[in-house]
Design a protein around this ligand. Structure first.
Ligand code: GLN
Length: 246
């Protein structure tokens, strides 16, 4: 039974450049955010900003930046320069961000590929360099953000170096940021950067709720999320962990 909470709360999700950064159905993360809000009686809406649109960060509570190929990242990098200052103000003001794979790389200073260097937003003190071969597999992490291990899928040629920043999780199975450090992703203020593609939030509802909670706390000062029935998600999580960690 999905329980309702206060009716007058609302969240606006900004989806940046769905026309360019849209690999592996990253859009499913938006559907999950929307559903888990509406099941609780929180009004949720999504604004998609295509590459030519103006972005008004003051109207946004959660920002999603998806994954893309090197070619698309190169194109997006030009657009990002225009919004960099406003995006930075949003992040420093504890704005909630989920940046996946190509989007995660773009949060940093640069992404150096064999065809040139893509300038990043420099919102988080990290950088990425293309390595030998791609890191492609399922992945399992232990994240400080939730009890359930985080399960997902990664596919990236870039290796990301996060310096002294906190990782999104410790790798239990898979490669993560660089296949050596044992770390995956990055946490900075209310930003999550991660290589976990596709249905990250449907597979890991606790991460979805973490983002909703942080966005509500920023907007309304507090958040008390009613629990939802996540038995199926829990079973799917357990299945993957048993399958991969045998
Ligand atoms: N182009 C980047 C890389 O290969 C990110 C790819 C992606 O978003 N899957 O590292």
């Amino acid at each position: 039974m999905k329980r309702a909470m206060k009716r007058d709360m609302e969240l606006t999700i900004g989806h940046l450049y769905p026309d360019l950064l849209n690999l592996y159905g990253d859009r499913g993360n938006i559907a999950c955010l929307m559903k888990r809000c509406t099941w609780r009686g929180i009004h949720a809406r999504t604004i998609g900003f295509e590459s030519e649109d103006e972005v008004d960060f003051s109207a946004l509570d959660i920002v999603l930046l998806g994954g893309g190929s090197d070619r698309e990242q190169m194109l997006v990098c030009e657009k990002l320069k225009k919004i960099r200052r406003d995006f930075q103000d949003y992040v420093e003001d504890n704005g909630v961000v989920l940046a996946v794979c190509g989007g995660y790389q773009l949060l940093g200073k640069y992404y150096k590929t064999k065809d040139g260097t893509i300038e990043g937003l420099d919102l988080v003190d990290i950088y990425t360099e293309q390595g030998e071969g791609r890191l492609i597999d399922n992945i399992i992490l232990k994240s400080p953000l939730c009890e359930m291990p985080v399960v997902g899928f990664e596919n990236h040629g870039g290796r990301t170096y996060i310096g002294k920043n906190r990782p999104f999780g410790k790798v239990l199975y898979g490669s993560g940021n660089d296949s050596e450090s044992g770390c995956e992703g990055v946490l900075y203020k209310n930003v999550i950067g991660t290589y976990l593609h596709g249905p990250l939030l449907p597979k890991n509802p606790q991460i979805c709720d973490h983002l909703i909670k942080k966005a509500l706390e920023r907007k309304y000062g507090s958040a008390d999320l009613a629990p939802l029935d996540d038995r199926q998600e829990q079973e799917a999580n357990t299945y993957m962990i048993k399958r991969l960690m045998r």
